[in-house]
Ligand binder design. Structure first.
Ligand code: HPA
Length: 269
């Protein structure tokens, strides 16, 4: 299946591009895909074994073209574990990217602030993660053409890319938080007690994505950079209730800052 999907994408691109950089755009952050020059767009449902997201704010297409003079492959929207897909299905596109020659992957998401010092509408560089999904995308038979059985996880988020991204933010005068992202299954948001627990175990932000893709990208030997958009305070921090609408709207409100940072990063990769 992997080779079918890779072949389909390769044939559709038709030799026009051979990107080494890929980007996954999370909830409400898809607008950047509209800035790609001379794009080739491929809907996920056209690609063998790719799944389509059922969630508002996730378009569900690959956009391949040039951004800031660099060839990129963008996933505009992703699928999630809580949609009922297996982690194998969720991370299938990452393996396809590897087959297509992607070396660096920028993973983005919308996340709730667990760290009370963070502001809604700010960005966080992901230093490390905590997998609370109760399972792992690498469970099952190992494909040794992609990676080893027991991959090291001591630097999932590449230190050089991280430092470089931090410099890019400084250059653009964008305040950037740094912290640990915890992935919950969802789709219900957390309870206030769960958020207190997350704070105690060292999480700064919480969401329902990114960790499976980061595990598989690291396993495949890609360099990973993770950026969270802080779209809300996690449960119990403020009086307000949480809603997906709020997450999408906050994503929209940071999209200019987010796009500026991602473009600055891509420019120098
Ligand atoms: N919790 C979990 N996932 C999220 C949140 C949250 O508060 N905000 C955006 N995604």
């Amino acid at each position: 299946m992997l080779s079918h999907a890779a072949k389909y994408i390769e044939e559709t691109i038709g030799g026009k591009y051979s990107p080494k950089i890929a980007l996954i755009l999370g909830s409400g952050l898809g607008a950047l895909a509209g800035e790609v020059e001379n794009p080739i767009r491929i809907r996920y449902h056209e690609i063998p074994a790719f799944k389509q997201s059922s969630i508002d704010g996730h378009v569900g297409q690959l956009v391949i073209g040039k951004l800031e003079g660099k060839e990129v492959m963008i996933m505009q929207g992703r699928i999630h574990f809580y949609e009922g897909y297996s982690l194998k299905e969720v991370t299938f596109p990452i393996k396809v990217m590897k087959k297509l020659g992607i070396e660096k992957l920028i993973i983005t998401n919308a996340a709730g602030a667990v760290n009370e010092a963070f502001e809604v509408g700010s960005l966080m560089l992901i230093k490390d993660h905590i997998n609370l999904l109760g399972t792992n995308p690498l469970v099952g038979k190992n494909d040794s053409s992609l990676g080893v059985r027991f991959p090291d996880m001591s630097e999932v988020y590449n230190k050089n890319l991280y430092d470089y991204a931090k410099n890019c933010a400084q250059k653009l005068n964008i305040h950037i938080n740094e912290g640990v992202y915890a992935a919950n299954v969802g789709p219900s948001y957390e309870t206030p007690a769960e958020i207190r627990m997350l704070r105690k175990i060292g999480a700064d932000a919480v969401g329902m994505s990114t960790v499976p893709e980061a595990i598989v990208a690291n396993y495949c030997g890609m360099k990973v950079l993770g950026i969270s958009c802080i779209t809300n305070y996690a449960a119990g921090i403020k009086e307000e209730k949480l809603s997906h609408q709020e997450v999408i709207e906050a994503g929209n409100s940071v999209k200019e800052k987010f796009s500026a940072l991602v473009k600055e990063i891509i420019k120098g990769l």
